[in-house]
Design a protein around this ligand. Structure first.
Ligand SMILES: [Fe+2]
Ligand SMILES: [Fe+2]
Length: 312
């Protein structure tokens, strides 16, 4: 236990110069934006309740069902920011360059849920009562990664930021509303910079601790689930989101896992010890398994679309 804590501390200490360098790069690349400018306020109207406006009804939403599902999942995922802040603040620390990053990252992330919520309410895009009930339950449950080491956390956030970027980008492209597309592209640009920060850091971790970093990545990819997986009714929503092509195994493979493994050159890394070689083999096997699962899922969606399979 004491040994694990000392090792975690060593990893964080040795990575700190990389954090400082990548933070500087991040701050130079990040473009400030104003969430209130992205919300179509003129489309909005008062709701029922104290203001005695109009209650939400399903016919008010112009968004396809799968887009509504994806928006709810993305928004609730963003809503759990207090838990993510706690996770990385306690894992990475609140001092020095790590602390500066943790707080800056939190400030940037905090824009996402507030802007998305304002957008869905102005557009009456989803049921606001159900959304609020889900948010209360989801945030009250909290989110615990249970990941054992800082390298596991680093691997997880690298994958997660990239997956989130893709999810926001694809919902924007599918929503059929230029205002929504603009907002979600803007959020996706934030997530992309977060991913670049973490991927750069993970790259340095691979150079410093190749065996432990590869093992962490293999563990994380094998058990990867988006933090929104705990949302009630997630499986049914995820199935509709997958069938619509917004986020499914193909997207996860082509836009998240394959480019990440390629950029980090993990499958061709040499000079590894036995643990690193085992992890490398697991990563290769993971990629193969994901490729065949994605192909099977694609086939299933095609049969569903062709109407040769009952979709009820
Ligand atoms: Fe976000
Ligand atoms: Fe992010």
């Amino acid at each position: 236990m004491a040994e694990a804590a000392a090792e975690a501390e060593r990893v964080l200490r040795e990575l700190e110069p990389s954090v400082a360098r990548l933070l500087e790069r991040h701050l130079a690349a990040a473009r400030d934006w104003l969430p209130h400018q992205y919300v179509p306020w003129s489309a909005g109207q008062d709701f029922d309740g104290p203001l005695e406006g109009t209650a939400w009804t399903p016919d008010q939403s112009r968004l396809p069902r799968a887009v509504q599902d994806a928006l709810v999942v993305n928004l609730l995922t963003e809503d759990n920011l207090p838990s993510y802040h706690f996770e990385i603040a306690t894992r990475f620390g609140r001092d020095g360059a790590w602390g500066t990053w943790v707080h800056r990252w939190t400030a940037e992330e905090d824009r996402h849920a507030s802007a998305l919520r304002a957008y869905v309410h102005a557009r009456r895009a989803v049921d606001p009562v159900a959304l609020e009930e889900l948010r209360m339950g989801h945030v009250a449950t909290g989110y615990h990664t249970g990941l054992p080491t800082p390298l596991h956390t680093l691997a997880y956030v690298t994958v997660q930021e990239l997956a989130t970027r893709q999810a926001h980008r694809n919902v924007g492209a599918a929503c059929g509303d230029p205002a929504g597309e603009r907002l979600m592209a803007r959020i996706a640009a934030d997530e992309n910079l977060h991913m670049l920060f973490y991927r750069g850091l993970f790259d340095d971790a691979l150079a410093l601790f190749p065996d432990a970093a590869l093992t962490a990545l293999a563990d994380v990819l094998d058990g990867f689930a988006m933090p929104g997986a705990a949302i009630p009714g997630f499986r049914a929503r995820a199935a509709r989101i997958a069938a619509s092509g917004i986020y499914n195994l193909d997207v996860h493979l082509e836009h998240v896992v394959a480019p990440l493994l390629r950029t980090l050159k993990v499958l061709s890394a040499s000079g590894l010890g036995p643990a690193g070689q085992r992890a490398q083999e697991r990563l290769g096997a993971h990629l193969e398994r994901l490729t065949s699962r994605a192909a099977r899922a694609r086939e299933l969606f095609e049969r569903m679309k062709a109407g040769t399979l009952a979709t009820a």
